[in-house]
Design a protein around this ligand. Structure first.
Ligand SMILES: Cc1cc2nc3c(=O)[nH]c(=O)nc-3n(C[C@H](O)[C@H](O)[C@H](O)COP(=O)(O)O)c2cc1C
Length: 183
């Protein structure tokens, strides 16, 4: 029997990323898990309008999305526990500036440089609609043909809000198409 547990969000777990952007000529980095895919070209990142990084994103119209794995979770968690308004987070990570000016974190094995096309304010959250311009993947996490991330090698950290807990991705169950064929 199912119990009604109110109207709690049950969209979790969600991947955890560190968003990077230049603010006043210096990088700021912010942890985020409220992300979405809104078309096959565009994604969405939801950031509270009080965050320091938002102004830089709006001014430069670029940001980076750095997917977190366990190897650098400690540092990533720090990016989510202090604001650039109160502490300089520009040295929290080694980074390289990408082609359109966003700081890409060296420790992240999978990063995307994104151009911001729209911002929608929903309540107190600025929702940045972004287009991926370039995806940077460490060779160690790539498939045999070198064309895509292999998630048996790369285990992104996940987040769930009700329990405020970090998880990581688990086992491979099989190819989607073979599941569809069983029906
Ligand atoms: C696990 C975790 C996930 C978070 N996800 C989000 C998020 O999706 N959106 C958001 O606005 N803030 C999120 N935060 C909070 C920001 O990362 C945090 O307030 C950060 O210090 C803001 O930094 P800034 O002011 O330098 O931009 C999250 C924090 C944690 C610990």
């Amino acid at each position: 029997m199912k119990k009604i547990i109110g109207n709690k969000f049950a969209f979790y777990p969600m991947p955890v990323v560190v968003v990077g952007a230049m603010v006043d000529g210096k990088p700021d980095f912010t942890l985020a898990a409220h992300l979405g895919i809104v078309s096959h070209e565009m994604a969405l990142i939801s950031l509270n309008q009080s965050h320091y990084i938002n102004r830089g994103i709006k001014e430069n119209k670029t940001l980076s999305v750095n997917v977190v794995d366990e190897s650098w979770l400690d540092q990533a968690a720090l990016a989510g526990s202090v604001s650039g308004r109160n502490a300089d987070k520009s040295r929290l990570f080694d980074y390289k500036i990408g082609g359109i000016g966003a700081p890409l974190i060296n420790d992240s094995k999978l990063s995307m440089e994104c151009a911001v096309s729209d911002v929608y304010l929903v309540g107190s959250f600025e929702n940045f609609v972004v287009r991926v311009i370039g995806t940077f993947a460490d060779e160690s996490i790539l498939s045999e043909d070198g064309e895509r991330p292999d998630y048996s090698k790369f285990k992104p950290v996940l987040f769930e809000m009700p329990g405020y807990t970090f998880l990581k991705t688990g086992d491979t169950l099989g190819k989607c198409k073979s599941y569809l064929n069983q029906k």
